[in-house]
Design a protein around this ligand. Sequence first.
Ligand code: FAD
Length: 133
Amino acid sequence: MIKTDVVVVGAGPTGLFCAHQLGIIGLKCEIVDNLDKIGGQCIELYPDKPIYDIPAIPECTGEELTNNLIEQIKPFKFNFHLNDRVQKLTKENENWIVKTTSGKKFQTPNVVIAGGVGSFEPRKFPTKKCRKV
Ligand SMILES: Cc1cc2nc3c(=O)[nH]c(=O)nc-3n(C[C@H](O)[C@H](O)[C@H](O)COP(=O)(O)OP(=O)(O)OC[C@H]3O[C@@H](n4cnc5c(N)ncnc54)[C@H](O)[C@@H]3O)c2cc1C
């Protein structure tokens, strides 16, 4: 059982910046993401595409944004749990018990769900088999 102040579900830009703000107020976070890398949609879907709508950054790519967010939270030394999906949340007295598909268990009074559009999975093309006549 891993005990922590906050479990952040999702290591996309929202989860990363949220963890930064939690670190600033002195809370310890464990960050879980289903993907094998940090950065959510920005790194998985458009690492090379330019982004123009980040305050104070005229232009950057999805990868550069991700790298900057990672750099920003480095001082807090938070643990990342990648390739792992949060599957179940249950309440036990004052705490949440967070269970993942790999079997990890966290005990925490706070959970931040920064899951964006959800955990990514390949979508199968919906073909049908032809019927034999
Ligand atoms: C092609 C494209 C171009 C875009 N261009 C721009 C742009 O130029 N400017 C802009 O502002 N926005 C842009 N966006 C939108 C932007 O990427 C999203 O708004 C942003 O990524 C949302 O961040 P997020 O952290 O909330 O969610 P996400 O980036 O979706 O990250 C959520 C993370 O949570 C994880 N997760 C979800 N559920 C679980 C679970 N149960 N357990 C573990 N992990 C979980 C996912 O694996 C994912 O990594 C674009 C989006 C796309 C697809």
